[in-house]
Design a protein around this ligand. Structure first.
Ligand code: C2E
Ligand code: CA
Ligand code: CA
Ligand code: CA
Length: 277
């Protein structure tokens, strides 16, 4: 919301979206989806905490609006989630990510890429078929695609959501629990989910070197993840002190400004050429 330019009355921060503003956002988003040049992805690399190798990347949606400028995802995804537009948006994001992945594979960098899924998509029984079709069309192995779903999305274990996750898992797609620590999922519930990665929410990682409560949560999340056989990722890693603390706790992967900010596909390609995978 901070990136919204002064005078941008139409695009209010998500908390304050009024009905007419929401309609304008959605109308503009539909137009953006009909075109090809306003929506694009940035990629943020994830690094192993031991050797500092690039382990993968997360795809983050960007919207270059013709008059409002660059709009961050937090300012339009919540509005899209209230409607079917989120399904079209997700299809576009998946397709853009898979096209980029294919290019990286061809360049000798078969790097796993994670795409964020809204809660709404998990309730769409057509999602696994869509993912399967796009993987085939873009000729990308399912194992390289990772889908991030928030902890709160998988907490209410509706049978439908569970079935969608199971079918994605059967395809070979990897699943991550995003923003871990912000929900209240129990160990027994997590154990039944077909996931193999847990991402600790950045609010806890950022506080872990100054706030006891955050430190305890990060340590507990790492232990819980490892006890369940999951890879544990810390997001929002901004400082050397966080890297040191996370290493000491045995965290596997780190993502954050300390390593790299989200960047365009071209820059990510250069990074991969330079440091490899
Ligand atoms: P997220 O999935 O938790 O993504 C991580 C967010 O943290 C990104 O913000 C990223 O730029 C930011 N970040 C990364 N490292 C650091 C750091 O060291 N410090 C700080 N302060 N921030 C860091 P971004 O790109 O604005 O995305 C915000 C949220 O929008 C994402 O949170 C995700 O929930 C959602 N989002 C982004 N792209 C998509 C998408 O394609 N589909 C859906 N459904 N949601 C998306
Ligand atoms: Ca994410
Ligand atoms: Ca997250
Ligand atoms: Ca988040």
């Amino acid at each position: 919301a901070k990136e919204v330019k002064a005078g941008a009355v139409v695009f209010q921060p998500e908390q304050h979206v009024t009905a007419p503003a929401r309609l304008t956002v959605l109308g503009d988003l539909r137009r953006a989806l009909d075109g090809t040049d306003e929506l694009f992805l940035h990629y943020q690399p994830k690094y192993t905490l031991d050797g500092e190798r690039i382990e993968g990347a997360e795809a983050l949606l960007r919207w270059q609006h013709p008059t409002e400028g660059l709009i961050p995802p937090g300012d339009f995804i919540p509005a899209a989630e209230g409607t079917g537009i989120i399904l079209r948006l997700t299809e576009r994001v998946l397709d853009m990510a898979l096209v980029q992945m294919r290019a990286w594979i061809d360049a000798g960098h078969p790097v796993p890429v994670a795409v964020n899924l809204s809660t709404r998509c998990l309730l769409d029984a057509g999602l696994p078929d869509l993912v399967q079709r796009l993987l085939a069309e873009r000729r990308v192995p399912a194992e390289l695609l990772r889908l991030e779903v928030t902890e709160s999305a998988v907490m209410g274990d509706s049978a439908r959501c569970m079935e969608v996750l199971q079918r994605l898992h059967v395809l070979g797609v990897r699943l991550s629990i995003d923003d871990f620590g912000t929900g209240y999922s129990s160990m027994s519930h997590l154990r039944r989910l077909p996931v193999d990665e847990l991402k600790i929410d950045r609010s806890f990682v950022m506080g872990m070197t100054t706030t006891q409560h955050d430190a305890v949560l990060v340590r507990t999340a790492i232990d819980l993840g490892h006890n369940l056989g999951l890879t544990v990722v810390a997001e929002g890693v901004e400082g050397t002190e966080h890297v040191t603390a996370l290493r000491a706790l045995g965290c596997d992967i780190a993502q954050g400004y300390h390593y790299a900010r989200p960047m365009g596909g071209e820059r990510m390609s250069e990074l991969l050429d330079r440091v490899g995978t």
